[in-house]
Design a protein around this ligand. Sequence first.
Ligand code: NAD
Length: 357
Amino acid sequence: MHADFVLLPGDGIGPEVTSAAKQVLQRVAVEFGHSFGFDERPMGGRAIDEYGDPLPQSTLEACRHADAILLGAVGGPKWDDPNAKTRPEAGLLKLRKALGLFANLRPITAHTQLIEASPLRRDLIEGVDILFFRELTGGIYFGDSWLSDDGRRATSVMEYAVGEIERIVRLAAEAARNRRNRLTSVDKANVLEVSRLWRRVAARVMTDEFPDVDYEVVLVDAMAMHLISRPRDFDVVVTGNLFGDILTDEGSMLPGSLGLLPSASVGETQPGLYEPIHGSAPDIAGQDVANPLATILAAAMALRHSLDLDDEAQAVEAAVAAALDAGLRTRDIAAGDPSVGTAAMANAVAEAVTRER
Ligand code: NAD
């Protein structure tokens, strides 16, 4: 097949890690007989410097026409002035909104080779493989909010409409069918009216459209505990914006290796946006020490979720596992001295795509 990727390297280590992921995608194309196009566009701080806009119109247009978008990271001290007219992160928010990306997917996977890096005991973390679906464009972050005239009282409204709940529950349930067939919906229905609506709508979607998927509901406070005490019991988890924000950050600590965690934002029809969860790490930019594996795994998610190339995605994931099995470690995941830098890790994963096939 032919597919067009837009690459948004961004700032800091962004260019290094996106270039690593591109190298791996190019190897996938050769091995599996596909043709992938790569169109690199400015975004973030670099785009502010060049165009005065963190998301230039030409970048947005290119993204609209892509099959998938791969982002490095944006931001850095140079653009941190709180009084600045615009900031790099504004480009990211604008892109998500313009493309209608309402679902944020965050896999929390324990890599066997890095179990010792987890703050959890081996018997708790081993085998953990969770896929979070966090609603991204609604809820309390986008509801009305106001401060009283005397400045002594403030309100933020959490609101969800039926359609917003249905579409993300459907996406999550479909993903569950392709995994271990289990979906957990997280809410606070014992207290919040908006959560009672969420629970009713989710239950109806599951009964009517996904009766074959094993479905449960869990209260968000209980979920915060279960994530630590029995994380292996969860497969796909779907929740609203606020709860998802907090739970995915909690979850991202479990594997103990930030440099390995990818994320995706997807909508109904537009191309998905794939990125590592880490930032632009300006402290290590340009030194060939950044871990490229999160971005490489984000590329694997793009293959699976935007291009429907599951075998190819699995080949990339197996190649990452093979590189770790071979003992390759960038500085952030090395117990002692690192054995490889960014470029060497990318080469090793690309080689492993060929070998593991
Ligand atoms: P960060 O994730 O960039 O860095 C935190 C620490 O982790 C640093 O010590 C860094 O060196 C290390 N680190 C991060 N990614 C790594 C990798 N792949 N390999 C090895 N080490 C890695 O978070 P921060 O320092 O809070 O933020 C730096 C900049 O990134 C800020 O400008 C922030 O606004 C921006 N940021 C951007 C995004 C995004 O683009 N989606 C997300 C978070 C932060």
